[in-house]
Design a protein around this ligand. Structure first.
Ligand code: PMP
Length: 388
C-alpha cells in the first residue's frame, strides 16, 4: 500500500501511533472485560474533555451527523420552537433536521464568515419562548468560531436549552459544558478528539435528560432514542454486561486511547496549543498574501483555517498542494465554495506538520501561478513558532 499524504483537512485527521496501535489489536467481543473497561474509561474521559462532571456521555456508532440528530430527536417534539444561530453549512444542517423532527425553526443568520451579534440573538430570544437554541461552535465550512459562552448565557437567561455542535471544536477550542450552561454538546471521533471516523459522541446535561424524560410523545427512532442507549452507557461505565446494538469495539478502544492523550495533555494546555498553532498559521497565511474567509479574528477558529484563493488561483490549488505531499480541503459553503480552501490544524497537528503544510502550500501556490518570495510563509510560521 502506498503511504498516504500528510492529512491536513479539517477531519478526519492524522492519528498518533498509540491510537493506530489500539486499532490493530486483535478483535474482542463487545462483552470482553478488557473492552468493557475501555468503554467505561472512554465515557469517564469524555466528562473531562467536555469539562462536564455532571453530564451523561453517550458513544454511539455513527458520524457527527448522527450525534446531531440524536440531540434533535430526543429534545424536540412536534411544534416545539427552536432558534438556530446560523454560521454556515452545518447550522443549515441542524435547522433542516429540527424541521424534519417537527420543530418551528427561527434562524439568526450572519453573512458568511461572521456570527450574528449578541444583541440580534437576544432580540430573537425575546420574541418568543424557545425550547432549544443551537450553536455551531466552529462551522467547518467557513472556520467561523461562535462565542458559545456568551450565547449560552443569553439562552439560559431566556429559558432555552442550549445545544452545541462541537464537531469541529471539542478537543481544540475552549468549551466548559457545565460552567457555561450547555445542555447538549456533541462531536464525532474523527476531528480534534484524534480518533478514526465512525463514532458519534454526545453529552447531555441533567436538564437535557429531564427534558427528554418529560416528553409526551415517544422519540420517533429506535436507534436515536436515549432510552435505548442510556442503560448501555451506564452499564459499560459500571463494568456490567449489556447489549442494545453491537458497539464499534475497535473504534471505541482507539477513542479511549486518544481521549487518554487529551486528558494527559489537559484541556487548558491543549486549547492553548491550538491557539498558538493557529496564530503561527495565520502569520504564514498573511505573509503569503492569503486572506481569511472569516470577517474578524475574534470569530476565527483555531482548529482550521479557511482562506480565499488569491487572484488568478483556482480550486486546482488543492491538487497542486496534494502533489506536494499534503492534503488540504476545498471550500464547502454553497455560496462561496469555489473561492476558498481549508487547512485543518487540530489534534496531533504540530509545528512540524504545519511547516510541512506551509512548505507544500508554497510550492502548490507557485505551481498554480501565485507569485511571492519563496520561503516567506515558512519563515513567518517559524518566527511565530519560535516567538510563542
Ligand atoms: N458539524 C460540523 C461542525 C462538522 O464539521 C461536521 C463534519 N465536518 C458535522 C457536523 C457532521 O459530521 P460528520 O461528517 O461526522 O457526520
Amino acid at each position: 500500500m502506498s503511504t498516504p499524504n500528510l492529512l491536513m483537512i479539517p477531519g478526519p485527521i492524522g492519528l498518533t501511533s498509540d491510537v493506530l496501535r489500539a486499532l490493530s489489536e486483535p478483535q474482542r467481543g463487545h462483552l470482553d472485560p478488557v473492552f468493557m473497561q475501555s468503554y467505561g474509561r472512554a465515557l469517564k474521559r469524555l466528562r473531562e474533555v467536555f469539562v462536564a462532571p455532571a453530564a451523561q456521555p453517550f458513544i454511539v456508532s455513527g458520524s457527527g451527523t448522527l450525534a446531531m440528530e440524536m440531540s434533535v430527536a430526543n429534545l424536540i417534539q412536534p411544534g416545539d420552537k427552536a432558534l438556530v444561530v446560523n454560521t454556515g453549512y452545518f447550522s443549515d444542517r441542524i435547522a433542516t433536521m429540527l424541521e424534519l423532527h417537527g420543530a418551528q425553526v427561527t434562524q439568526v443568520k450572519a453573512e458568511p464568515g461572521d456570527v450574528a451579534s449578541l444583541d440580534e440573538v437576544e432580540r430573537a430570544l425575546s420574541s418568543t419562548a424557545f425550547k432549544v437554541m443551537t450553536i455551531t461552535h466552529v462551522d467547518t465550512s467557513t472556520a467561523v468560531l461562535a462565542p458559545v459562552r456568551e450565547l449560552a448565557a443569553l439562552a439560559r437567561k431566556h429559558g432555552a436549552l442550549v445545544v452545541v455542535d462541537g464537531v469541529c471544536s471539542v478537543g481544540g477550542e475552549a468549551l466548559e459544558m457545565d460552567a457555561w450552561g450547555v445542555d447538549v454538546a456533541f462531536t464525532a471521533s474523527q476531528k480534534a478528539l484524534g480518533a478514526p471516523p465512525g463514532l458519534a459522541v454526545l453529552l447531555a446535561s441533567p436538564r437535557a435528560l429531564e427534558t427528554w424524560k418529560a416528553r409526551t410523545k415517544p422519540v420517533a427512532s429506535m436507534y436515536l432514542d436515549f432510552a435505548q442507549w442510556l442503560p448501555i452507557q451506564q452499564a459499560y461505565e459500571a463494568g456490567t454486561p449489556s447489549y442494545f446494538a453491537t458497539p464499534a469495539v475497535n473504534l471505541i478502544m482507539a477513542l479511549e486511547v486518544s481521549l487518554g492523550e487529551l486528558v494527559a495533555e489537559t484541556m487548558p494546555v491543549r486549547v492553548a496549543r491550538h491557539q498558538r498553532l493557529a496564530r503561527a498559521a495565520r502569520a504564514a497565511w498573511s505573509a503569503l498574501g492569503l486572506a481569511s474567509l472569516t470577517k474578524r479574528p475574534e470569530v476565527t477558529a483555531h482548529t482550521l483555517s479557511a482562506l480565499k484563493y488569491p487572484a488568478g488561483v483556482d480550486a486546482s490549488l488543492v491538487k497542486h498542494v496534494g502533489a506536494q505531499g499534503v492534503n488540504i480541503a476545498g471550500g464547502l459553503h454553497p455560496a462561496l465554495k469555489t473561492t476558498y480552501f481549508r487547512v485543518g490544524h487540530m489534534g496531533a497537528a504540530s509545528g512540524g506538520t504545519l511547516l510541512e503544510t506551509v512548505g507544500a502550500l508554497e510550492r502548490g501556490l507557485t505551481a498554480a501561478g501565485h507569485r511571492f518570495e519563496a520561503g516567506v510563509g515558512v519563515a513567518a510560521l517559524e518566527r511565530a513558532l519560535v516567538a510563542r
